[in-house]
Design a protein around this ligand. Structure first.
Ligand SMILES: [Zn+2]
Length: 149
């Protein structure tokens, strides 16, 4: 009985399960983002920063798998699965629309994110439904639309 009352008290203050895991993952992501985007005058320290950033991203990936903490797809899609480089358009990755079908039907358009470090490619079919919004962006879109009205 006493334990139940304690739990109720905890829920009222909106607790997040495994808060420390999320805090660690968020910190690693921010560190990696900082070291990837910060420019430095000498190329040697830039190289070291890239290695550091990749190390943090690898650590992020490993600890999310070890603690079974699910990363948001918007975070997951910015990390290369092969070499763990943070993918930033125009800096560490290229984005283009490919269509390798014989008929060149616009329905077969594929959005391709290519990592410039290792060449690994992530492909997202976008031709079938141009208005499609991924599930992790839907809540945000509805929220911004309702704010405008
Ligand atoms: Zn890569």
């Amino acid at each position: 009985m006493g334990k139940k009352d304690d739990k109720k008290g905890g829920n009222s203050s909106k607790q997040i399960a495994n808060r420390d895991n999320f805090a660690r993952l968020s910190y690693l992501y921010q560190l990696s983002n900082h070291f990837t985007t910060s420019s430095s005058p000498t190329s040697n320290s830039q190289h070291l920063q890239t290695i550091l950033a990749r190390g943090y991203d690898r650590n992020l990936d490993l600890s999310s798998k070890r603690t079974l903490t699910k990363l948001s797809p918007s975070v997951k899609r910015t990390i290369c699965k092969k070499c763990h480089v943070m993918l930033i358009p125009g800096m560490t990755m290229s984005i283009r629309i490919e269509n390798n079908s014989k008929s060149h039907d616009p329905k077969n358009d594929v959005l391709a994110y290519r990592c410039l470090t290792c060449g690994e490619c992530q492909r997202f079919p976008i031709g079938m439904d141009r208005e499609y919004v991924p599930f992790f962006e839907r809540g945000y879109v509805e929220e911004t639309e309702s704010n405008q009205k």
